[in-house]
Design a protein around this ligand. Structure first.
Ligand code: ADP
Ligand code: ZN
Ligand code: ZN
Length: 767
């Protein structure tokens, strides 16, 4: 045999914080087993570690390349088309490629190999995780009919059991046991009689035990839906990458459009991914698809158990699913024939992962679609400014569905100007509960209707507000709200570091009523208790929802009408349908409006629209009351008028004026340390080096702007002091290159300093 056939070269990524990839050789019988997407065990600085095979490469000149030890998997864990995607993610978000892949794969696959010297038998991984289940089936050639039901002599449940068998033909023993306490006995009895048969086989765990009732037969599309579906089909047939923004208000019937798109893709032999922002939302989406595509649906999200995720993953990799539904991590579904990606509620901030690998799943989905020549649909009732702008300039195709299917009225929205009311003790505190809101709650209680009160407060209260005109003090450079620091008694811009003493008079209206402002859900609940002692009130926020399943319990009690008023943070705004909620009160729209964040207006508009959508879902019309010191702010008036385009045109003008995304690209370089002075010093040092780097690349000087370092709005979090540098750039290419430079020159400065540096590309968390 010529030497070239006895030895091949592979490029691998290792599951370690290293950005490089490595070359290994493969010899002998392992050559047959090597494939892109499988894992190999390789020698690496004296250890044996897991490596992901990225490609088979031509032999290089380099000497001393080591042999792999073995191939771990019997089948690839991801298709070769995904390699380029992983590489892009690693490059764009500056995250080691091996860790990108490790994070994408289900955790069960990163099992430690039990013994370092002795390898487990080949194929062992295919056996862990898979579940063997017992099924009871009707035996061929026999029929069970009602003539066998001798009512008098049948033991308990037997007739129901037989009915179930006649209807379903095959039922797992587990399901039988969950329905009948004497299930095992009944099954055995009829197996012995020769009518039923017991079989054992491996199954993917059914993780959707919480299915909802969904009509299996899809309703005929209305004309608008048809038109939209047809435009999607056109692009699917083109077999090239295309992005659509589907702007359809809540209840306009987007889900049915998604279904038709997935079906059309399937008819063309393509597979689909549907992403939803929250794990909880996968249930309703998956129920619909399961009802119609049966077992050709796979679910993928991080709340699945290790074994469940493993099962789903393997099914998908084998090509056994036509559609994968899940939260952020569904992005990595190893579909070999991906043709369509749907990102539902594309504006949702949860698509950004805020730890370790900080990727934006919606943006990454667009890149995955591009690399797969797939069509991608971004759906939303309140599109992100970025996506709508892309549609406006023709980069995306725009599809709109402006009407509700069932012609339900949009809720009436009333905006209350809080400047009129005074502070007082709990029962009279009109600054928390204005008289109009109080009356509305009272009326709702008398009519036995339910109320949701929403207070947006992500543990951030350092807001400095004029109680008369509602203005906060803003940074003259950056237009974001300044943050009040009690200790230094100053107001600080967390983008550029601008700082002033709090003025005595409001710069907008000259009033002296300028104060720090903030309170939490607990305070609201307290006010409610003293105003309505008989009302049943529950609170739902991160403090009260620490234990697992607690949120579900609260929602269930509310659903069953055991609670009259639900007070909560964002947690109450998403997804749930409560037909008896006829009043939604927003305690303060100002909290989000004045985030020290350039997206404050966008976040507020989306939140308010979403909260408003929580009411009037049943047959009764709903009402929304928004309390604010800023009744004339465009985010509020646009919400009141249900007018997205009005909001968008104001917002986009502001972004352009101050050069924020989508007119620039930004990244944060953050510093976290136990010592305040050390963290500040390192941040200052690296900040200076960044500026010098840019100066040296003189051509670039005008294309990039560096702000800070400055203390983060949450200056201390989990015991760490936080400093941040904001970089704005005109092009993504230059930003990326600059960040790579920052990464490399910082290694030494940071080493053994006790300060950690985090690079966040396209950040969403500005605090
Ligand atoms: P969205 O996702 O845009 O909020 P949905 O797709 O959930 O809206 O649709 C809202 C409601 O209208 C659902 O109950 C759905 O079953 C129903 N629906 C959707 N399309 C149709 C249709 N063509 N005919 C009748 N009912 C429909
Ligand atoms: Zn004022
Ligand atoms: Zn500033």
């Amino acid at each position: 045999m010529p030497e070239s056939l006895q030895k091949i070269y592979i490029q691998v990524a290792v599951a370690l914080p290293i950005s490089d990839t490595f070359t290994y050789t493969v010899t002998g019988e392992l050559i047959e087993e090597v494939a892109v997407g499988k894992r190999a065990l390789v020698p690496f600085s004296g250890r044996k570690i897991t490596a992901y095979i990225l490609r088979i490469i031509p032999p290089g000149k380099r000497k001393g390349i080591k042999d792999i030890i073995t191939v771990i998997d019997t089948r690839p864990l991801f298709p070769p088309q995904m390699v380029e995607f992983f590489e892009w993610l690693s490059h764009y978000y500056l995250y080691p490629i091996g860790l990108v892949i490790k994070g994408a794969l289900p955790a069960g696959l990163n099992v430690r190999i039990p013994d370092r010297t002795r390898m487990p038998p080949r194929g062992w991984l295919d056996r862990v995780g898979l579940l063997k289940m017992v099924f009871i089936t009707l035996k061929k050639g026999t029929t069970i009919d009602r003539s066998l039901f001798d009512r008098k002599r049948l033991p308990r449940n037997e007739d129901e059991f037989l009915e179930m068998m006649i209807k379903k033909k095959e039922v797992s023993l587990r399901e039988i046991n969950s329905v009948f306490s004497n299930g095992a006995y009944l099954a055995d009895k009829w197996v012995r009689k020769g009518f039923l048969k017991k079989t054992r086989r491996t199954v993917a765990r059914d993780i959707l035990d919480e299915t909802l009732f969904i009509p299996t037969k899809p309703p005929p599309l209305n004309s608008k839906q048809k038109e939209v579906a047809e435009r999607i089909n056109e692009k699917l047939r083109d077999n090239t990458f295309f992005t659509y923004l589907l702007y359809g208000i809540t209840d306009s019937g987007k889900t049915e459009v998604y279904y038709h798109a997935v079906r059309a893709a399937k008819e063309l032999g393509k597979q689909s991914i549907i992403m939803v922002p929250e794990i909880a939302l996968t249930v309703s989406m998956a129920s619909l698809f399961k009802a119609r595509f049966k077992d050709r649906v796979a679910i993928l999200h991080s709340a699945l158990s290790t074994g469940e995720r493993y099962d789903q993953w393997i099914r998908i990799a084998k090509g056994d699913a036509d559609v994968v539904i899940g939260a952020r991590s569904a992005l990595f579904a190893p579909l070999p024939r991906l043709g369509l990606i749907i990102v539902d509620e594309e504006h949702d901030l949860s698509y950004k992962q805020e730890e370790k690998f900080r990727y934006q799943a919606r943006d990454a989905a667009i890149m995955r679609a591009k690399l797969s020549d797939a069509v991608i649909i971004l759906g939303s009732g309140t599109p992100s400014v970025q996506s709508y702008q892309n549609a406006a300039i023709g980069k995306y195709g725009l599809l709109t569905m402006p009407k509700r299917i069932l012609k339900r009225e949009l809720p009436e929205i009333q905006v209350i100007d809080m400047a009129k009311f005074k502070r007082g003790s709990a029962a009279q505190d009109e600054s928390i509960m204005s008289p109009p809101l109080k009356e509305a709650i009272e009326e709702n209680l008398t009519q036995k209707k339910q109320t949701i009160l929403f207070l947006n407060r992500r543990g951030f209260s350092s807001l400095y507000l004029c109680r008369f005109c509602g203005e906060t003090i803003r940074c003259p450079n950056c237009e974001v709200s300044l943050t009040y620091h009690k200790y230094g008694n100053n107001l600080l811009c967390h983008y550029c570091g601008f700082s002033i003493k709090p003025p005595k008079r409001c710069p907008s209206c000259n009033s002296e009523d300028l104060k720090p402002y903030g309170f939490g859900t607990q305070r609201v609940a307290q006010v409610l208790e003293s105003l309505f002692p008989k009302a049943r009130v529950e609170r739902m926020d991160r403090d009260t929802m620490r234990r697992k399943g607690e949120a579900q319990q609260v929602l269930k009690r509310f659903m069953q009408h055991e609670t009259d008023i639900l007070v909560g943070t964002q947690m109450v705004t998403k997804g749930h349908d409560f037909p008896d909620v006829t009043l939604v009160g927003v305690i303060s729209a100002d909290l989000s409006l004045n985030y020290p964040d350039f997206r404050a207006g966008e976040i507020t508009f989306q939140l308010l629209s979403q909260v408003a959508g929580r009411t009037g879902r049943g047959n009764m019309p709903g009402k929304v009351i928004i309390q604010t010191f800023n009744p004339s702010h465009y985010a509020i008036t646009a919400t009141k008028d249900h007018d997205y385009t009005k909001f968008f045109s104001r917002e986009i003008a502001l972004r352009r004026q101050v050069n924020y995304p989508p007119f620039s690209l930004i990244a944060y370089v953050r510093f976290l340390g136990n010592s305040k002075t050390k963290t500040e010093k390192i941040a200052a040092h690296i900040g200076m080096k960044i500026r010098n780097t840019i100066k040296q690349q003189s051509k670039r000087k005008n294309a990039v702007e560096v702000l800070g370092p400055v203390e983060a709005p949450m200056a201390k979090l989990k015991g760490k002091y936080r400093q941040q540098i904001l970089i704005k750039s005109r092009t993504s290419r230059y930003l990326n290159q600059l960040l790579k430079d920052v990464e490399s020159f910082s290694t030494q400065i940071l080493s053994s300093s006790g300060v950690r540096m985090i690079i966040d590309v396209d950040p969403y968390q500005m605090m």
